[in-house]
Design a protein around this ligand. Sequence first.
Ligand code: NAD
Ligand code: IPM
Ligand code: MN
Length: 356
Amino acid sequence: MKIAVMPGDGIGREVTAQAVKVLKAVIGRTQPLELAEAAIGQAGIDAAGDPLPSATTDIARKADAILFGSAGMPGDEAIPFMMRPGASLLRLRKELGLFANFRPAFLFPELIGASTLKPEVIEGLDIMILRELTGDVYFGEPRGSGVNAAGQREAFNTMRYSEPEIERIAHVAFRTARERRRKLCSVDKANVLEVMQLWREVVARVSAEYPDVEVTHLFVDAAAMQLMRAPRQFDVIVTGNIFGDILSDAAAMLTGSIGMLPSASMAAGTFGLYEPVHGTAPDIAGKNLANPLASILSMAMMLRHSFGQTANAQRVEDAVRRVLADGLRTGDIFQPGCTRVGTEEMGDAVAATVLR
Ligand code: NAD
Ligand code: IPM
Ligand code: MN
């Protein structure tokens, strides 16, 4: 198992260390584990003057999977786009063709009181948000900024999808729905944007190949509202890059905390990048306060999707559940009566539980 480990910046470093700890515990000596650490984000700038050093891309290409922390620092926006620590992740996604981003929003019953939503609204929640990850306004050309004819500063980006890009993610979405509850909701803004009209047309056309999957279409504003009103109506949600970014953070709050949400970004085969949905959390970085469970659960997704190790993935997920049942909580999911622990203690507890 060759894994590129990219802790990145801020709490990315702290949470990734816990995921590696649990990985070592679950794999033990049963299998050779080759971990190659690579610098990315501000760490890449410090090491090689580039947020995505070529040495890092090389390590990524030689690996079976990437375990990623988070990248990006406050004040990033002042740096030219391609040199920003946060942009390293976008470049990596594009260069490695990681177009399918799975963001499961799943409620651990123990955390039902940690969510800001009413228990009866979120009980049994199990949604898969599938976000297209290499197109849309994130990568559309032209983009830039300058001065317009009237002498005013102006900036622009382009929301753009080609038919094959939409088809490709639609097939992944229907196949994913088939493995779950066979319900797919495609989210767009077809009432306003041509690109989203194309999105809806293509998804509807592809749906004819999956008559066993029930497909619905929602506009993104209505989808955001429905996600808060009655989230359990959803099984799989497929959407574009920017809408998926926003809806997945919103979905995080249904599960109690953004510190609980894992993700997998897949290319065509089993190669994938696994990362928590959250960012570098500069407000709590370096204080042993971050919740490492999103990172640990991302590692479990890696075991399942890149290495076919379903039983080990399950062991990690069960260990997380048991640690939560034992009442251990980081600050973001703390509830009265529970035991408050730090990042490392939470990682230690999951690793010890995996071994039990
Ligand atoms: P953020 O996710 O870093 O933080 C948002 C809030 O959630 C903060 O209050 C933070 O303390 C809290 N939080 C996040 N993760 C947590 C965890 N594991 N445990 C406990 N609390 C947690 O989002 P932001 O503040 O908007 O962004 C900060 C930086 O991170 C920016 O530079 C942004 O570009 C970058 N970012 C990177 C990624 C990534 O690498 N995948 C994702 C999102 C944001
Ligand atoms: C995410 C992040 C990234 C994104 C940023 C850091 C570039 O918010 O992974 O959700 O917008 O895709
Ligand atoms: Mn995001």
